[in-house]
Design a protein around this ligand. Structure first.
Ligand SMILES: Cc1ncc(COP(=O)(O)O)c(C=O)c1O
Length: 394
């Protein structure tokens, strides 16, 4: 329970359902397909670079906005992908994970009473960042099967106090990759209403068959109002390193840095050096292609298991989650289903209603993470086969 002296704006941000599911998973020895992190190692060439950086004495504070070599590598990678030259000094900032970049940016552009528009379901850090700035999140609901949005609902979510639009593509938890035509609708509105776009692209290297990742920053007239946020976590399977960054125009970076310097000041130096190596070396090694191929295989492995036990999965275009329909299993809501699955079947999943401002809008689904070793997925499969078709839940 939260201390009574905690400020009311923290209301609703106590222990999350993610924490509860992880606790239940440990208590019941469940295979954890809930939390979104890889249970396999990141690449040796990146880990070796971190060890070398520590051993060569790169252990003191980094410049607040990031070590020059990493900023140069981020800028080069952006140019490689988009064709746009980026100034590493003024247009790149390194943060402690994408989460810190998102938090800093929201604090930078939002004040009490201001509003953020975000597509729902959304990553749980978004409403918390808005609330801590004294602002309000205005959700626009994505609906299955295509997880598209109603442009009229989007227009209606914009008001006189809208300062920021938060976008996540590829999207957690749905696996949606926003198409260029959808991004154009969003971009037109943001330009018209002079709104800043924070584009969370942490899964940009994990896209599947035919899907193309497009950053809204690359649309006409959007560079000047967009901060693109990314990190080492998903791309290099090193979620514990928490090295993130923002790419975008200098005036937006100046605002972001004003917050960043007082939140963490700087990010772990040796991990920044290692991330620089990762970005410099990865394309030449064919690393990104291999990552995509491996994730395609992991996704298919988990999909086969889920379908086999009667959990129909929705199509995914990106990121590393599968959503499965759980309506046929007799549960009233997704939280009850996930509790049952964790405690009785021994496999932890996450209820997507936790990603909604109004949980009642959530379709009856469960989110399973496939960033897991074959061995983990095999163990999960054995247990999921115990799932009766109609367990007659609560
Ligand atoms: C959509 C999204 N954004 C950001 C993050 C967190 O990134 P980081 O670990 O770099 O803070 C996650 C992690 O699950 C995520 O799913």
């Amino acid at each position: 329970m939260m201390d009574g002296r905690a400020h009311p704006r923290l209301r609703g941000f106590g222990t999350s359902v993610f924490t509860e599911m992880s606790r239940l998973a440990i208590e019941h020895g469940a295979v954890n397909l809930g939390q979104g992190f890889p249970d396999f190692e990141g690449p040796d060439f990146v880990k070796e670079a971190a060890k070398a950086a520590i051993d060569s004495g790169r252990n003191q504070y980094a410049p607040s906005h990031g070590v020059p070599r990493l900023r140069a590598a981020i800028a080069a990678s952006w140019t490689q992908d988009t064709g746009r030259e980026v100034d590493p000094e003024s247009e790149v900032t390194v943060t402690s994970g994408a989460t810190e970049a998102l938090f800093d940016a929201v604090q930078a552009f939002l004040g009490p009473g201001d509003e953020v528009v975000a597509f729902e379901p959304f990553y749980d850090a978004y409403p918390a960042a808005a609330a801590l700035a004294g602002g309000r999140l205005r959700p626009v609901t994505l609906r299955p099967p295509g997880w598209s949005f109603d442009p009229e609902e989007l227009v209606a979510a914009f008001g006189p106090r809208t300062r920021v639009l938060l976008l996540n593509t590829p999207h957690n938890p749905t696996g949606k990759v926003f198409r260029r035509d959808e991004l154009s609708v969003i971009a037109d509105l943001c330009r018209e209403r002079d709104v800043v776009v924070l584009s969370d692209e942490v899964y940009d290297r994990i896209v599947f068959e035919g899907a193309v990742h497009v950053s809204p920053a690359t649309l006409p007239g959007m560079w000047d109002r967009t901060l693109v946020i990314n990190s080492t976590g998903k791309t290099f399977s090193l979620t514990g390193w928490k090295v993130g960054y923002a790419v975008g125009p200098a005036p937006l970076q100046t605002a972001l840095r004003a917050v960043h310097q007082f939140v963490t000041f700087a990010t772990a130096t040796p991990f920044q050096e290692a991330f620089a190596t990762a970005l410099e070396v990865a394309p030449g090694l064919g690393y990104y292609d291999r990552l995509r191929e491996e994730y395609t295989a992991r996704r298919e492995r988990l999909r086969t298991v889920l379908e086999e036990v009667g959990l129909r999965t929705l199509p995914v275009a990106g990121a590393y989650f599968l959503l499965a329909e759980v309506a046929g299993h007799g549960f009233r809501d997704d939280v009850a289903f996930c509790r049952y699955l964790t405690t009785e079947v021994g496999v932890a999943a996450v209820p997507p209603s936790a990603f909604y401002a109004d949980p009642n809008l959530a379709p009856l689904l469960a989110r399973f993470c496939f960033a897991k070793k074959t061995e983990t997925l095999r163990k999960a499969a054995e247990r999921l086969r115990r799932l009766p078709p109609q367990p007659g839940g609560v």
